[in-house]
Design a protein around this ligand. Structure first.
Ligand code: PLP
Length: 399
């Protein structure tokens, strides 16, 4: 009996409709593949919006989680535990910086970055109280909290959720002149995604990240790099900022930091910046819990080998080569870096949603964004044969 329809119906009836999922009900997963409740297999080309960079149920990550489950899972930050110091040290080393503040979700890490930047602005830069401004980019996606959606330019993220948090200036992404013009003596930070994920995998013009870095240094403004989606191997380097040899003042990390096992996010920065926080000013019951730290340490170990960054480069080159061949054959554009692609479906043929539904039937899972664009972000463990499989299926759907 087909178990999928009643399960789709049940989820639709009892779950708030804040997502519009494809009608696939996953029961098991391994590596780059998932299996639904009726035994159908699909190649996962979304990878939990890059939370599954190392694939589903990576053995080293499961082992770290299992070992920690046998010991201690939660202490709160009222006490120390034996995974906290090592995790923060190892992640700080990966980021080549001093301090780490662990949280759970990407949005919490972005909120943390905003709070720290404001406090740094008042206490270190000397911005008058309540005057701090942060420059952000149009078409950004940094999460769903009220403060974060306050500077979204996407009406569906924002409408009906006001009143909004003030203190943000929005400039076009990729436009250094506009950014320069928006920065003044009240500006404490620039917050950007090094590649805009939700916007459709938008890669900024060459020189943009280094230009932002230079502007921030010149104006004594913190460069906050939201690498929640772009970081931790996805683009073929540990961080997307690495492609321009840029070191931001703060990395904002999430998604893959939890290895697809538990939610783990963090910000990492020098002590002059992150050191402004005092006890009682910020925190989270679950942030930096032992299970999260144990898995996060295993993630950092995987990244230290460089193997996954290299895979993202190699498999990404293959993916982009094949996708390029489909431009003019159902695709109107392809962008991206590493194992991350935004592809524009010819809207005359079908919508992005329709393309995803057809791909699902053909055995590939992907997700549309903004009408006719699809994001492809398979796990970095994907093989060359699997890349071929994904693109063949895409070609057949577009034919
Ligand atoms: C760049 C970026 N920042 C922040 C977030 C928010 O992360 P979370 O959904 O874990 O709150 C996302 C999620 O897609 C993201 O892509």
């Amino acid at each position: 009996m087909d178990r999928t329809p009643p399960m789709v119906e049940e989820a639709g009836r009892y779950t708030a409709h804040n997502y519009h999922p494809l009608p696939v009900v996953i029961a098991e997963a391994d590596g780059a593949w998932v299996t639904d409740v009726d035994g159908r297999r699909y190649l996962d080309c979304l990878a939990g919006y890059s939370a599954l960079n190392f694939g589903h149920r990576h053995p080293a990550l499961l082992e770290a989680a299992r070992a920690q489950l046998e010991r201690v899972t939660l202490t709160s930050r009222a006490f120390l535990h034996d995974q906290l110091g090592p995790f923060c040290r190892e992640l700080a080393e990966l980021c080549r910086t001093d301090l780490v503040l662990p949280m759970n979700t990407g949005a919490e890490a972005v909120e943390t970055a905003i709070k720290v930047a404001r406090k740094w602005g008042y206490r270190v830069k000397g911005v008058p109280a309540e005057q701090a401004s942060i420059v952000v980019a149009a078409d950004n996606f940094h999460g769903r909290t009220v403060t974060i959606i306050s500077f979204s330019t996407d009406p569906s993220a924002k409408e009906d959720f006001g009143p909004y948090t003030p203190g943000f200036r929005i400039v076009p992404y990729g436009d250094l002149d506009a950014m320069r013009a928006a920065i003044d003596e009240t500006t404490v930070a620039v917050l950007i995604e090094p590649i805009q994920g939700e916007a459709g995998v938008i890669v900024p013009p060459a020189g943009y990240l280094s230009g932002v870095r230079a502007l921030c240094t010149e104006a004594d403004v913190l460069m906050l790099a939201d690498e929640v989606q772009s970081g931790l191997g996805r683009t073929g380097d540990t961080f997307a900022c690495d492609h321009e040899n840029v070191v931001p003042d703060m990395y904002i990390l999430g998604k893959a930091l939890g290895g697809g096992v538990v939610p783990v996010s963090a910000v990492a920065a020098r002590s002059e910046v992150l050191g402004v926080l005092r006890p009682g000013e910020h925190g989270s019951t679950f942030g930096g819990n032992p299970l999260a730290c144990a898995v996060g340490r295993a993630v950092v170990s995987l990244l230290r080998t460089g193997e996954y960054q290299q895979r993202a480069q190699d498999m990404g080159a293959l993916l982009h080569k094949h996708l390029g061949e489909l431009v003019g054959h159902g695709l109107t554009g392809v962008r991206g870096r590493g194992l991350w692609a935004g592809i524009d479906i010819d809207p005359v043929r079908m919508t992005g949603r329709e393309a995803c539904e057809r791909l699902m039937v053909a055995g590939v899972l992907a997700k549309d964004t903004h009408g006719s664009t699809l994001r492809l972000a398979p796990p970095l463990v994907i093989t060359a044969d699997e890349v071929d499989y994904a693109v063949e299926r895409l070609a057949s759907v577009l034919a």
